[in-house]
Design a protein around this ligand. Structure first.
Ligand SMILES: Cc1cc2nc3c(=O)[nH]c(=O)nc-3n(C[C@H](O)[C@H](O)[C@H](O)COP(=O)(O)OP(=O)(O)OC[C@H]3O[C@@H](n4cnc5c(N)ncnc54)[C@H](O)[C@@H]3O)c2cc1C
Length: 436
């Protein structure tokens, strides 16, 4: 039987897989995407970051995205006690050149990107499950089960794993290391008719921070909202409730969420996810690279997942294209790829660690904006996806973490209880244009 040979086989057609596929196809490479599901399908990860815009431009997909999705101009973080909140806008980030990203319904977003890969020349096989992988004779052989349930084998010179949290190669080589200090659990659903402000403020992601949990409220369309809560897995287990009842109870106990949900109606099942914070100890091998969640995922807070998926996939596609041109440079280019992706993930790991480990102090400093030395603008830029490579951002971030740590011993910012009050007062968030 004749076996199809590709330059690159990609496992997974999520944002990482489709980004890499489009770029490789545009570079003239023969590329195949093997996707287990039939799109559109539900996926979580709906709030995007502005620093993905340059990749969307490169993919040639901006116009389609502009036509289809709500813009997102920033975020709002509110203390659960209802006494303090802050809105921030991406335009105010340190030396900002991007004022927006998108809030997306992932089923539509992922399909749009995958269809775009097809239009750009990638072969996309949906309902195709990768079953086994074997590396041999400078080739990788991938055993797949196709949509008709039949087994097939394809060959490629390189394999790019974009299989998301399935981490196909991470499991194959036993590379996955969980972050034990980030054992979190999330429950979430879509709602219609959740109240929101008019205009630009109606596009912001709203995060409500309690003592042992935080909520997201993401406007997906003009009427639909994604609402979820994140807590320790141990806290969820101790509730002894189904995800559906847990979500209802968490919302009911939370006036800063409930105040907007008087007319709300749930229009999706309640979904849940846990055990999702990990990194693979190696991001490349002789004939393979990992990108997106297949390389690692940190945490939903600050919405970095799709940004990391897209930027790592873009770098993986560029790396593979160069290696296909000149294999003698492979080792150096693969190492550089892994260093870069690890570096960007570490930026988010640091801010996520601070958010959870110094929970109260982080939020007290964050919600007390003073734009001394443009520290707030630097934090804003990092949360927009700025890799923070410049010294100008680095020292400002260092000072931000210093203030958060110092807040434990010395209340530089007013203390907050983060315990919900029974009566709701009007939303306290005031536009400040910057955060700290
Ligand atoms: C609770 C929660 C909330 C989140 N919120 C946000 C947010 O607001 N913003 C944000 O940016 N990110 C968020 N994320 C993260 C986001 O979901 C991911 O980072 C993002 O989807 C990663 O994209 P990806 O392409 O790497 O993987 P995926 O989008 O998961 O795509 C992987 C694809 O691989 C396919 N696949 C898997 N195994 C196989 C196989 N064996 N054969 C063939 N195909 C296979 C899957 O079907 C899937 O389509 C959140 C995550 C969680 C858990």
């Amino acid at each position: 039987m004749e076996i199809d040979t590709y330059d690159v086989a990609i496992i997974g057609g999520g944002p990482a897989g489709s980004t890499a596929a489009t770029l490789l196809a545009r570079a003239g490479r023969r590329v195949v995407v093997l996707e287990r599901d039939k799109f559109p399908r539900f996926h979580i990860g709906e709030s995007l970051l502005p620093f993905s815009m340059q990749t969307f431009d490169r993919l040639g997909v901006r116009e389609k995205l502009d036509r289809t999705f709500l813009p997102k101009f920033g975020g709002e973080i509110v203390a659960a006690c209802g006494t303090k909140g802050v809105k921030f806008y991406f335009k105010d980030g340190f030396r900002s050149r991007r004022d927006r990203s998108y809030q997306v319904t992932r089923s539509e977003f992922d399909k749009l990107l995958l269809d775009h890969s097809r239009e750009n020349g990638a072969e996309v096989r949906e309902e195709t499950d990768v079953k086994n992988i074997a590396f041999e004779n400078e080739r990788v052989r991938v055993d797949i089960e196709n949509s008709a349930g039949a087994d097939e084998t394809i060959e490629a010179r390189y394999l790019l794993d974009c299989s998301g949290r399935q981490t196909v190669l991470g499991n194959f080589y036993n590379l996955k290391k969980n972050y034990d200090h980030l054992q979190k659990f999330s429950v979430f659903a879509h709602y219609e008719n959740v109240d929101r402000p008019e205009g630009i403020d109606g596009t912001l992601i709203r995060m409500v921070r309690g003592l042992d949990r935080w909520f997201w409220m993401i406007p997906l369309t003009t009427t639909r909202m994604s609402i979820g809560v994140v807590m320790d897995t141990a806290t969820f287990r101790a509730m002894k409730l189904s995800p559906e009842t847990a979500l209802e109870q968490c919302i009911d106990e939370q006036p800063m969420v409930l105040e907007r949900m008087k007319r709300a109606e749930r229009v999706s099942p309640v979904y849940s996810a846990g055990d999702y914070s990990y990194r693979n100890t190696k991001l490349f091998g002789d004939r393979w690279l990992l990108a997106g969640d297949a390389a690692g995922f940190i945490d939903p807070v600050f919405s970095s997942g799709v940004f990391l998926a897209i930027i790592s996939a873009e770098k993986a596609a560029d790396t593979l294209d160069e290696v296909l041109r000149d294999e003698s440079r492979k080792r150096r280019l693969f190492k550089k790829y892994a260093r870069t992706v690890d570096y960007i993930m570490d930026i988010y790991l640091t801010i996520v660690n601070s958010w959870y480990r110094r929970g109260k102090e982080f939020i007290e400093v964050f919600l007390n904006p003073t734009d001394t030395m443009q520290i707030a603008a630097a934090v804003n830029a990092v949360l927009a996806g700025n890799e923070g490579k410049s010294l100008a951002i680095k020292w400002r971030m260092w000072l931000f973490y210093f203030f958060v740590n110092a807040q434990r011993f010395l209340p530089l910012s007013p203390r907050l209880s983060l315990v919900p009050k029974k009566e709701t007062s009007p939303s306290p968030a005031e536009p400040v244009g910057a955060i700290l």
